[in-house]
Design a protein around this ligand. Structure first.
Ligand code: ATP
Length: 309
């Protein structure tokens, strides 16, 4: 500890940024126990995105406790530039897929490849630089809104921060605050709602503009209208830049327009295809969709009754 503290203190503000980014990594995905055995290989090369960001899981087996596998010989391909969704029952391993891609853990067997390169053979730095995540719960720094957004790309201009916030549907709200972008947030600042946090996280991601984008229940705290508006904006960015994106979602209405939907069950892909292909199959996806449509109908009915009373 002593040996490390001297050069790190010497670096001053760089150290503070570094420490913050480490904190961010740790809280990202709500990881309590980050696996410290994840290291660069002996002769690492930077990840080269030569095919536009193709992701492959080949026979991947993984469990947090090896005797209890979550993914069992999982095989799937996410084509470059496409929008893909992963759905399935709670606890089936959807977020685990994203954690493996970020290399928070290594697979027990099989391979995870990005553009043909085993992610264990590239530098961790280049891997994580290529990925942007909107996690279920976004950590905020005890700092201004401006700083929290700019964290996506430290050298972004004032204007770029505002443009990103606009696309993430949070700009108008920030502008209405007395201190605007200088409003302090985080534990010691203003309390902000789950939905506002999610939009700050999306602004960060838009600024970072990585080749691979992962959304883990990223809009779950928003009302239906704001969620739709935000998803439209995200979709147009993804299309415009031909980015590979992976959405983990419970509510199928938020992902039904995906190029491919993977339905997970028992650690494997039970079904995959577009929304219409899956509905025509009449399998698990059809059941999930029917169940959600029914409950959506009931919610709307309830709302109508409340309004009319
Ligand atoms: P949800 O839809 O509820 O978010 P999910 O499909 O994303 O679920 P994961 O978060 O991938 O599921 O978790 C898969 C399984 O692994 C669950 O049974 C979960 O309890 C377990 N799990 C997740 N993280 C850990 C961990 N750090 N240590 C041990 N078990 C874990």
């Amino acid at each position: 500890v002593f040996q490390l503290s001297v050069p790190l203190n010497f670096l001053g503000s760089v150290y503070r940024e570094l420490r913050q980014s480490l904190l961010d990594m740790e809280t990202l995905f709500n990881l309590q126990k980050v696996n410290v055995t994840i290291k660069d290989p002996p002769k690492p090369k930077p990840l080269a995105l030569t095919r536009g960001g193709e992701i492959q899981f080949q026979d991947v087996t993984f469990g947090y406790h090896p005797e209890r596998p979550i993914l069992k010989k999982l095989t799937l391909t996410i084509p470059p530039g496409k929008k893909v969704a992963i759905v399935g029952p709670s606890g089936c391993g959807k977020s685990t897929i994203l954690r493996l891609l970020f290399r928070f853990y290594d697979v027990q067997s099989g391979k995870v490849l990005i553009d043909g390169q085993d992610i264990r053979e590239v530098t961790l730095d280049s891997l994580r630089q290529a990925i942007g995540v909107v996690p279920q719960d976004t950590p905020l720094f005890n700092n201004t809104i401006e700083h929290n957004i700019r964290y996506g790309r430290i050298d972004a201009t004032r204007d770029e921060v505002r443009k990103a916030a606009q696309r993430a549907k949070i700009h108008d709200l920030v502008e209405r605050l007395p201190a605007g972008y200088n409003t302090m947030v985080g534990e010691r600042g203003m309390m902000i709602s789950g939905g506002e946090k999610q939009r700050l996280a999306v602004s960060r991601l838009i600024l970072k503009d990585p080749p691979l984008l992962f959304f883990d229940e990223a809009t779950s705290a928003l009302d239906t209208y704001t969620e739709q508006m935000l998803l439209q904006n995200i979709n147009s960015i993804l299309k415009e830049k031909a980015r590979t994106s992976v959405f983990v979602a419970h509510r199928l209405r938020t992902i039904f327009d995906s190029d491919i939907i993977f339905v997970l069950k028992n650690g494997q892909v039970a079904e995959s295809g577009t929304h219409h292909e899956l509905l025509n199959r009449g399998g698990m996806y059809t059941d999930l969709w029917a169940a959600q449509e029914t409950s959506l109908g009931q919610d709307m009915e309830l709302e109508r009754n409340l309004v009319s009373k």
